[in-house]
Ligand binder design. Structure first.
Ligand code: C2E
Ligand code: MG
Ligand code: MG
Ligand code: MG
Length: 277
């Protein structure tokens, strides 16, 4: 309750809701400003060939260090960007930054995450194509990762969007497979170029039980459809071994490298070339 100064009138309100709404508004304002000032950073996580452990690709991941608050999780600020229409600008800026970086790493492929909301813009595929031609990056080095939530909500639109992107020459990966419904039908229908096995499944494969059976069934499914498989969230050597023996083509996780700034990727590549010589 608050008393309006001097007039003796009272206003009733719920302080909790106000504080939450206020914080959320401020987060939105700060995010908008950060996007406009190009303060959203991009880090890169190595993806290695399962057979020899060599880095063959990187996944670009957005980072926001919010002034006065510290780092905000992408799960949070990507969500806010999706709900407020800022995702188009944010997504394209991550793509542009990552494409610029990958030009310096001719040996590597690049994966960039895409939100369902970005497809709502009919010009999206055009913007993507423009980015590649502006920066002179070969689209076939780039994979766009998307989760199945989108395909379930609007399969017809998803199929059209994917086809328009594939026409550009870019590859499409199904991210977080095994975390949701993981429909076999969608896998066939959409012609994905890669399947990424979710870290929730990877986290349990070294514990025995049915997880390894599930993993092998998943890899067999991808094999049947002729889709290469990346396992993500690999944290231990045991997990890496099981995933390799189960037939995963590429591995990604803290065991091989955390998401890191571009110059650290450059250094890893240099070391890799030295070793190869
Ligand atoms: P994702 O695309 O599935 O990315 C993998 C997430 O797992 C990343 O979290 C990464 O840091 C984390 N990770 C990698 N290896 C390990 C590991 O060994 N153990 C564990 N526990 N985690 C690992 P991050 O960076 O917090 O991103 C979370 C999600 O936010 C991403 O999941 C993606 O869905 C979304 N995201 C991040 N950047 C972007 C972006 O630029 N655009 C869009 N649309 N979404 C993004
Ligand atoms: Mg991803
Ligand atoms: Mg994932
Ligand atoms: Mg994820």
């Amino acid at each position: 309750r608050s008393k309006e100064a001097g007039r003796g009138r009272w206003t009733v309100y719920a302080p909790c809701m106000d504080a939450e709404r206020e914080e959320r508004n401020q987060l939105e304002i700060d995010l908008r400003r950060a996007i406009e000032n190009s303060e959203i950073g991009v880090v890169y996580q190595p993806v290695v060939d399962a057979r020899d452990g060599r880095m063959v690709s990187v996944e670009a991941l957005a980072r926001w260090n919010r002034t006065g608050h510290g780092p905000v999780s992408p799960e949070i600020f990507i969500g806010v960007a999706e709900q407020t229409g800022m995702i188009d600008q944010l997504g394209l800026s991550v793509l542009r930054t990552a494409c610029r970086a990958v030009r310096q790493w001719p040996d590597l492929r690049l994966a960039v995450n895409i939100s369902p909301g970005q497809f709502r813009d009919p010009a999206f595929a055009g913007h993507v194509a423009q980015t590649f031609s502006d920066l002179d990056v070969n689209p076939n080095r780039i994979t766009l990762e998307m989760t199945e939530s989108y395909f379930i909500r609007n399969p017809a639109r998803a199929l059209a969007a994917i086809n328009s992107l594939k026409a550009i020459g870019v590859k499409i990966a199904l991210d977080d497979f095994g975390s949701g419904f993981s429909s076999v039908g969608y896998l066939r229908q959409f012609g994905f170029d890669r399947m990424k096995i979710d870290q929730s499944l990877v986290a349990t494969v070294a514990e025995g039980g049915s997880a390894v059976d599930l993993l092998q069934a998943t890899v067999a499914l991808a094999r049947a459809l002729d889709i290469p498989v990346t396992a993500e969230g690999v944290e231990t050597e045991d997990q890496a071994k099981i995933l390799r023996l189960s037939g995963c083509d590429e591995l990604q996780g803290y065991f091989f490298g955390r998401p890191m700034p571009g110059d650290a990727i450059g250094r890893m590549l240099m070391e890799q070339r030295e070793v190869g010589r």
